[in-house]
Design a protein around this ligand. Structure first.
Ligand code: UFG
Length: 339
């Protein structure tokens, strides 16, 4: 296996939320990166000067092949994709096209150009979300929406390719990623984001009149959905560790990325209110209880045994208040004008 010391890692979606944090983690650890991103939701400014950047699609076989050859890449971290659950319910074909067909085209270019390691952004949305216990990697795979299905289909494709070729693959199933880089270098950018913590931060900053709570009649302690929120910088660190792991030891590995404890929508909003009160002297947000949102699972909490044991992964930001504070600082920065 080639050492990655002098081979930059190709990051698809490296101008986006999670991809940009993984890129920063690589750079902070003395590694090199090359980014390809179509800027549909990403931000050019998230990629520092000095990191080669290509605006383009993962389905553009010629472009991807050329980047891999020119930079001598041997590893890919694949983040590019469509990620909004409710949007996937409305526009399923876009999700299968971007996420499944796009990944297939990317993999063709990888196999044809000597890529040896591949880390894939998957999701907790591949699980059925029906149980109230933390779900392990062997949990029931029954996605509740087209987004989750598009990710699971890509996982299956990767498993078959890993079995048939020398490509080594890590599939990371993210739970609910939140927060922003502690130094303020990146964060969740897409203005129309629907994610709970980002939306709550925008609300306390006065960008929305109120926060809608989507359903309070679930089988959960307070009736609202439970999720396992993980800080994006801890997640980025897991990518580095798993890249080394598949280089040295494993041919194919699937890992949950979460902390192993769930918070309800109400608990999250309470923490955002508290943090915003302390940081900005903000008033608590107005809340409105509404109907369930299509495609939402009641509860998704990670069993984190595998990642902790295999990667010896020791998260640093397992604290909802830290996630809320970094997300809020980032949102404020966006409001004040970034570039
Ligand atoms: N929610 C609200 N009001 C809002 C926004 C969200 O009540 O304005 C609720 C949702 O209904 C859900 C919870 O907050 O119960 C979390 O919703 P998000 O939209 O923040 O995140 P999702 O759980 O839908 O999805 C996210 C990622 C997926 C990932 C999944 C894994 O977008 O990529 O977490 O748990 F698969």
């Amino acid at each position: 296996m080639t050492s990655l010391a002098h081979h930059p890692v190709l990051i698809t979606g490296g101008a986006g939320y999670i991809g940009s944090h993984a890129m920063l983690a690589l750079l902070d650890n003395g590694r090199e990166a090359v980014v390809v991103d179509d800027l549909s939701t990403g931000r050019r400014g998230a990629v520092p000067a000095g990191v080669p950047f290509y605006e383009g699609k993962i389905a553009d076989n010629a472009l991807i092949g050329r980047i891999i050859r020119e930079h001598g890449c041997r590893a890919v971290m694949h983040f590019a994709g469509s990620i909004v659950v409710p949007e996937s319910v409305e526009k399923p074909l876009e999700y299968y096209q971007n996420n499944v067909a796009g990944s297939a085209a990317l993999l063709r270019a990888c196999l044809d150009n000597g890529i040896e390691r591949f880390v894939f952004s998957s999701t907790a949305a591949v699980y059925d979300g029906a149980g109230d216990k933390p779900v392990s990697e062997d949990g029931v795979l029954a996605p509740a929406n087209p987004y989750g299905r598009s990710k699971l289909m890509t996982e299956w494709m990767l498993r078959d390719i890993a079995a048939a070729t020398d490509l080594r693959v890590a599939v990371l199933r993210y739970f609910n990623v939140a927060g922003a880089d502690g130094a303020g270098r990146s964060g969740q950018y897409a203005k129309a984001a629907t994610h709970l913590i980002k939306r709550a931060c925008q609300t306390v900053l006065g960008q929305h009149p109120r926060m809608d709570i989507f359903g309070d009649d679930y089988h959960t302690p307070d009736g609202t959905c439970m999720r396992d929120y993980i800080h994006v910088s801890d997640l980025a660190q897991a990518h580095l560790a798993v890249l080394d792991h598949i280089g040295e030891r494993a041919e194919y590995v699937t890992m949950n990325c979460g902390y192993g404890h769930g918070y309800s929508v109400t608990q999250v909003l309470d923490v955002v209110d508290q943090v915003a009160g302390e940081m900005l002297d903000a008033e608590p947000m107005r809340r409105r209880h509404g109907p369930r949102r299509a495609g939402d699972a009641a509860s998704l909490v990670a069993d984190t045994g595998r990642i902790r044991q295999i990667l010896n992964w020791q998260p640093k930001y397992d604290d909802l208040a830290v996630m809320a504070a970094t997300a809020l600082a980032w949102e404020k920065k966006l409001m004040d004008g970034l570039d």
